[in-house]
Design a protein around this ligand. Structure first.
Ligand SMILES: Nc1ncnc2c1ncn2[C@@H]1O[C@H](COP(=O)(O)OP(=O)(O)OP(=O)(O)O)[C@@H](O)[C@H]1O
Length: 244
C-alpha cells in the first residue's frame, strides 16, 4: 500500500488520561511523507508535536490509528521489534543531544553500527566518514564535554545517520543552541535535504522551518496548516550560502 511513502499515518490518535483529565495529544491525523521530503512541524507548546514524532518513530503506541514506515505497519509491533526498527531504520535527534558523555565523538557515532552487528573496523570507518561529513573530523577523539553545543548536536546527527536510516526524526534539535550553533545545525540539515535524506523536524524555531520543503502547523493535536515550500519561499537556503 505505502511503498511510495517513507512515512504514512492514518487517523493517528493518542489520548492521555481519562474523563475529566482526558487529553487528545494527537487527534486523528493523516500524514504522507514521500522519500526525500524534509518537513517541519510547528505549533504552540502542548499542541502534540513531540507526541506525533514519538508515534511516528515507534517510541509510543497510538491509542488508535495506523503508522507505516517504508511500507511496513509499525503501530502494533511489540517492544523488541520496535527497538530493532528504531536501531536500524530511524535516526533520532533530540534537543539534549543524548550523547554518551564518557565516549569520544567517534565512539558515539560508531555505536549504532556496532549495535547493529557491524565489525568494529566497519563501524569505525563509517563513523569516520560521518564525522567528516558533518565537518568534525578533527574533533573525533574529543569528549562531548569538550565540544560546543553546535558540535555536540552535529555529532548526534552523525550518529543518527550511522545506519543509513529511512528517516531522521528530530525533536527541537536547536532548542539548546545559541545562534552560531543553530546555524551549524541548519547548514547540516540543508546538506541532508540536498542529499535527499527524508527528515522530520519538530521545532519552535522559524529559521529551522525556513529550510524545509514542507511546514505543518499543529494546534490541539490537529494539523491546522500544511504548506509546501519552494526554493523561492525557503529564504534561509540562500542565507546559508546554498544554491537551493
Ligand atoms: N505522558 C503524558 N501524560 C499525560 N499527558 C501528556 C503526556 N504526554 C503528553 N501529554 C499532553 O499531551 C499534549 C501534547 O504534548 P506534546 O509534548 O506532544 O506537545 P508539544 O507540542 O510537543 O509541546 P512542547 O512544544 O511544549 O514540547 C499536552 O497537553 C501534554 O500535556
Amino acid at each position: 500500500m505505502s511503498e511510495d511513502y517513507v512515512l504514512r499515518a492514518r487517523r493517528l490518535h493518542k489520548e492521555h488520561g481519562s474523563d475529566a483529565t482526558l487529553v487528545r495529544a494527537v487527534d486523528s491525523v493523516n500524514l504522507d511523507v514521500p522519500p526525500g521530503q524534509t518537513l517541519a512541524v510547528m505549533g504552540p507548546s502542548g499542541s502534540g508535536k513531540s507526541t506525533l514524532l514519538q508515534l511516528l518513530g515507534g517510541l509510543q503506541h497510538p491509542t488508535n490509528g495506523k503508522v507505516w514506515l517504508g511500507g511496513e505497519r509499525i503501530d502494533h509491533l511489540g517492544e523488541r521489534a520496535l527497538a530493532r526498527l528504531r536501531r536500524t531504520s530511524i535516526g533520532f535527534v533530540f534537543q539534549a543531544y543524548h550523547l554518551m558523555e564518557e565516549l569520544s565523538a567517534v565512539e558515539n557515532v560508531e555505536l549504532p553500527a556496532l549495535l547493529a552487528g557491524q565489525t568494529p573496523r566497519a563501524a569505525r570507518r563509517r563513523a569516520d566518514e560521518l564525522l567528516e561529513q558533518v565537518g568534525l573530523a578533527d574533533r573525533a577523539r574529543h569528549l562531548p564535554s569538550e565540544l560546543s553545543g553546535g558540535q555536540r548536536q552535529r555529532v548526534a546527527i552523525a550518529r543518527a545517520l550511522a545506519n543509513k536510516p529511512m528517516v531522521v526524526l528530530a525533536d527541537e534539535p536547536t532548542g539548546n543552541l545559541d545562534s552560531a550553533g543553530t546555524l551549524e545545525v541548519l547548514r547540516l540539515f540543508e546538506e541532508l535535504r540536498l542529499a535527499g535524506q527524508t527528515l522530520l523536524i519538530v521545532t519552535h524555531d522559524e529559521r529551522v522551518a525556513a529550510t524545509t520543503d514542507r511546514l505543518i502547523s499543529m494546534r490541539d493535536g490537529r494539523f491546522v496548516d500544511d504548506t509546501r515550500m519552494t526554493d523561492a519561499t525557503r529564504p534561509l537556503s540562500a542565507l546559508l550560502g546554498f544554491e537551493g
